[in-house]
Design a protein around this ligand. Structure first.
Ligand code: CUA
Length: 351
């Protein structure tokens, strides 16, 4: 009976181990098409995340040894002192008060906790104490219900939900220092493969930094419950070569396109309440409640990672955002089909 139970437990553990391996070895990035895959803290790509994995493995190692010792002793006691056929049913000798044993099981756990505390504190101070270097890129990210506003104050770029940063060569690091603010409630900024979590708090400025060393797409997620669409508040981080990042920045700095063929849509957009919430640089649209649309079509997703940025989805979003993201604070625009086509055509031209 006991042996069967242990066999079953061993099977469970084996299954768990393979699942963990699959999770830790699968590429946890956003594909080129913006498809979002599950990110893993065991596949780090930036200094703070490397340090966090190191710390996690140390803690797992120490607690793993404790688990093995406790579970081993338990199993040993179960086997060694189990009820036997020739058992006489008498109570075994009862031991009361042993200063040595009591001292041991008080002092040893305290020492273990102190070690874990000191190791963790060392990592926290090492990460938080890094000074901002002159070559660091500065970004301000503002959490909104339920999207991320992304500003590059020195580059004069404003975008949303898609953070672009240059890759950081460990020999000549070019980290990105991020200032975090909130426009409404408490959010939490978390890109598991790049850094730890940092709360995003109204009326308080927090800082975090990353130095991604491998180009690619990384997925971030709001990690503090912030309302209905808390789970629909994703962030894509595009880590690019220095050349690609410079190209992207130049494209974002350019004023909004002024295509003649979407003149009707542009005029209609300017006459609607869209401009109270959205900005299109160089036009009279200068709202700040919603995402900046100057280069809307350069982004992979809309609705903060909810859906792919395709012409059909843009049209559906303008028509009724809540059908794609229930609770989204943008109201349905209730346009006629003809007007909807015109505004869609205008937005599609904002590349
Ligand atoms: Cu923002 Cu949860």
């Amino acid at each position: 009976m006991l042996i069967r139970l242990m066999l079953r437990l061993a099977c469970r553990l084996l299954l768990l181990a393979t699942t963990v391996t699959i999770f830790t070895t699968s590429p946890a990035t956003a594909g080129d098409n913006g498809a979002v895959q599950t990110p893993s803290i065991f596949a780090p790509a930036s200094t703070p995340a490397f340090a966090i994995r190191e710390l996690a493995l140390i803690v797992l190692g120490i607690t793993g040894v404790i688990f093995l010792v406790v579970a081993g002793l338990t199993v040993y006691a179960l086997m060694r002192f189990r009820r036997r056929r020739d058992d006489d049913g008498r109570e075994p000798p009862q031991v009361y008060g042993s200063p040595q044993i009591e001292l041991a099981w008080t002092v040893v756990p305290i020492l273990i906790v102190v070690v874990l505390f000191l190791v963790t504190a060392r990592y926290i101070f090492a990460i938080e104490g890094r000074p901002q270097s002159p070559e660091a890129l500065e970004v301000t990210i503002v959490g909104h219900q339920w999207w991320w506003e992304i500003r590059y104050p020195k580059l004069r770029i404003v975008t949303a939900n898609e953070l672009h940063v240059p890759v950081s060569d460990p020999a000549h690091p070019t980290p990105t220092f991020i200032t975090l603010q909130s426009a409404d409630v408490i959010h939490s900024f978390w890109i598991p493969q790049l850094a730890g979590k940092m709360d995003v708090i109204p009326n308080k400025t927090n800082r975090i930094w990353i130095d991604p060393q491998t180009p690619g797409g990384y997925v971030g997620q709001c990690a503090e419950y912030c309302g209905l669409q808390h789970a629909g508040m994703l962030l894509i981080v595009a880590v690019q070569s220095k050349e690609d990042f410079a190209k992207w920045a130049a494209q974002q700095q350019a004023p909004a396109r002024n295509d003649a063929e979407v003149q009707a849509g542009r005029e209609l957009f300017s006459s609607l309440s869209c401009i109270n919430c959205h900005a299109v640089r160089g036009t009279k649209a200068n709202g700040v409640f919603g995402p900046d649309l100057t280069h809307l079509m350069s982004r992979r997703t809309i609705g903060a990672g909810m859906i792919q940025n395709t012409p059909g989805n843009i049209r559906s979003w303008i028509d009724d955002p809540a059908s794609l993201k229930p609770g989204a604070l943008m109201p349905a625009m209730k346009l006629s089909r003809d007007d909807l086509d015109k505004v869609t055509a205008y937005l599609l031209a904002l590349r």
